[in-house]
Ligand binder design. Structure first.
Ligand code: C2E
Ligand code: MG
Ligand code: MG
Length: 295
């Protein structure tokens, strides 16, 4: 009786509580609350705004360098999506990707990312950046969608770029949802000659048997390991063992010189983080890349 003014509203609110209970998993109970109502309203508002953002092309790729730590040179970049609203506000991916995954809007958004990244590699062909490789992030929903492989394949084919310069970053959690299917898709992906990396490595289940099963080329060690590693502690030992695995490793979240020295001591070849640069719009990235490749 306290949750609505009339029958219609009561049923609508009961419905919201029911969907929340379903979201929580099996056999759950949920009560309607204003907080829940606001959450649902925010969700639908964001969903509608994302539709418009897709229609009006409000997304941009930012680029963050991956640095060869020993040579102090940029050798690759990660493309990270940003949503620039009409009023100029910049929205970070963590604030819209989860909803876009839930609503499947990640499919058209992800296709745009693929097309734009491939176009970027193509644009770099006749420049001093022709050897840079570029990575993109792919969500589980996207990876498992039947349009994913054909779309990627046809875009690669018509672009004429070297597919090995495109790297696909997938999180461990994306693989865990359905390992058997994931293994199949990843092998199909490798047939296209793209590079594959496991993102945020160490934060999921990090099972070594996945590494044996999956055709991954690169591990991206999650920044939490780099942040907490200190001489002799467990994080540091885990870090050392991941680097010692005979797979290429990129350390994420290199924020200062201490982190850099620690990684150099472990002979980690590649790093990425604010110490080198934040993700940048294309023009600024190009300037930085020119600078850093001169060393
Ligand atoms: P990620 O792929 O692990 O990307 C690294 C994130 O760490 C980026 O956040 C980057 O800005 C941030 N980062 C880089 N260096 C440092 C550092 O030194 N310190 C700290 N504290 N953070 C650092 P961003 O750009 O906000 O992206 C967040 C996540 O959103 C990404 O994590 C990725 O999972 C997802 N994402 C980004 N772009 C896309 C996309 O195009 N498609 C999909 N599906 N997901 C994306
Ligand atoms: Mg990534
Ligand atoms: Mg990561």
């Amino acid at each position: 009786p306290d949750d609505a003014e009339d029958e219609q509203e009561l049923i609508k609110n009961a419905d919201i509580a029911m969907y929340n209970a379903k979201d929580l998993g099996k056999n759950q109970i949920s009560f309607f609350s204003n907080e829940l109502n606001e959450k649902v309203e925010h969700y639908f508002e964001l969903k509608n705004h994302l539709d418009l953002a897709i229609k009006h092309g409000e997304f941009r790729l930012y680029f963050q360098p991956k640095v060869d730590l020993l040579a102090n040179k940029i050798c690759a970049a990660e493309a990270l999506i940003r949503w620039i609203k009409a009023d100029g506000t910049l929205v970070a991916p963590d604030n819209f990707i989860p909803v876009a995954e839930d609503t499947k809007q990640i499919i058209p958004i992800g296709q745009w990312v693929i097309e734009t990244a491939i176009q970027q590699l193509k644009d770099w062909q006749d420049t001093e950046f022709k050897d840079l490789s570029l990575s993109i992030n792919v969500s589980a929903i996207q990876l498992y969608d039947e349009s994913f492989l054909p779309h990627l394949k046809s875009n690669l084919a018509s672009s004429g770029i070297n597919p090995a310069q495109l790297e696909i970053e997938i999180t461990e959690t994306a693989v865990i949802t359905d390992t058997e299917t994931a293994v199949k898709i990843l092998y199909e992906l490798k047939k296209l000659d793209v590079m594959l990396s496991l993102d945020d490595f160490g934060t999921g289940y990090s099972s070594l048997s996945y590494l044996r099963l999956l055709p991954v080329d690169i591990l991206k060690i999650d920044r939490s390991f780099i942040a907490s590693a200190k001489e002799g502690n467990v994080s540091n030992k885990i870090l050392a063992s991941i680097i010692a695995l005979a797979i290429d490793v990129v350390a994420e979240g290199v924020e200062d010189e201490t982190h850099l020295n620690l990684l150099l001591a472990h002979q980690c070849q590649l790093g990425q983080g604010y110490y080198f640069s934040r993700p940048l719009p294309l023009a600024q990235f190009s300037e930085l890349a020119l600078d850093l490749s001169l060393h």
